[in-house]
Design a protein around this ligand. Sequence first.
Ligand code: GDP
Length: 411
Amino acid sequence: MPRNFPLEKCRNIGIIAHIDAGKTTTTERILFYTGKTYRIGSVDEGTTVTDWMAQERERGITIVSAAVTAEWKGYQINVIDTPGHIDFTAEVQRSLRVLDGGVVIFDAVQGVEPQSETVWRQADRYHVPRICFVNKMDRVGASFERTIESIRQRLGANPIAMQIPIGEESAFEGVVDLLTMQAITWEDELGREPKYGKIPDHLLAQAQEMRAIMVEKIAEFEDELIIKFLEGEEISVEELKQVLRRAVIANKATPVFCGSSLRNKGVQPILDAIIDYLPSPRDIPPVKGVDPENHDRVIERPADDDAPMSALVFKIVSDPYVGRLAYFRVYSGKVVQGETVLNSSKNRKERIGRMVRMYADRREDITEVYAGDIGAVLGFKDTFTGDTLCDPKHPILLESITFPEPVIFVA
Ligand code: GDP
């Protein structure tokens, strides 16, 4: 079975949020808009997101399982669950380690909350590129600007506003996309099709001013662009996106978007941004590990299907329908059904039996999982979270999951 998506078209992302900011709601919307049933139009008119969620649950697929695969505009997006209670736990660190990028959700009323600070610093430590989504723009007291300011000040980040809201609180209708200078609104109550149109007259001046700020901030990342900017030359949308993508991957900038996932507004632009700005497994440095026999010998493995296999088990889930599932991320090579792999953390061999990939609306049996991708294998008895799987002929122990010293925040 060939790889179903080229590596450049894969994204392993986590949705990271302070509890209550809207991680569940946003994840559900992402799965709804990317769901196969919805895309081929077989969802009955009038079916609500909530009905759809209930149906999926009946079919036995947990919406937020350890990792769910979604497809968007020809890309494969693996949404890896990050624990809701952000803490200095091995679980959080492990999930940050297997994902390549994060969508950080903020509540537009609360702005940056203490837990967001904690997770932000952990993501910094693991060099996880991030985009931000300011959710709950429909709430009384919501402010996009104030939330961006708190991202800048409290997190010491370099946020770049990519949108401005059209209306706030109960009048929140949609967003202006500052790159293309289009208004995006959602007329359908379920927010299925974004509608692109003209910027409302009363927002035009503000949008122009905010666009100039955005362009300048992006141009600053490259000498050539800043010269163009200063000389008043036009910089194309594509060029801006490419430069911003590089800056995000280098952890130098964080683009910020807004919406209300409960009101079904603003979610598709986040999916587009995941593709545009977050890295593919090819964009991140090769994984590092050590020789299990000699921990001083460091080994690197590129995200290449032909390299010796290395993978990390990041979660064990007892699935009521299929049994004990070990979720793993492949860093190099491929995991093939029927082959024997070495669990180098336990020095035991395991045979790869049935493997599955979870979608929001189905579970698919798969026979191979390639470099950069996520899979789940059934029937492993002696393998636990944090274990390395590798080619027995080319053993490697992936960097052990170390606990960083706790960071003490002084109030
Ligand atoms: P989580 O704890 O981060 O997973 O947050 P949830 O998705 O469970 O949302 C927490 C609460 O906020 C729930 O009551 C949601 O209905 C509500 N909520 C989520 N998104 C929005 C939004 O865009 N606007 C408003 N007003 N409420 C929201």
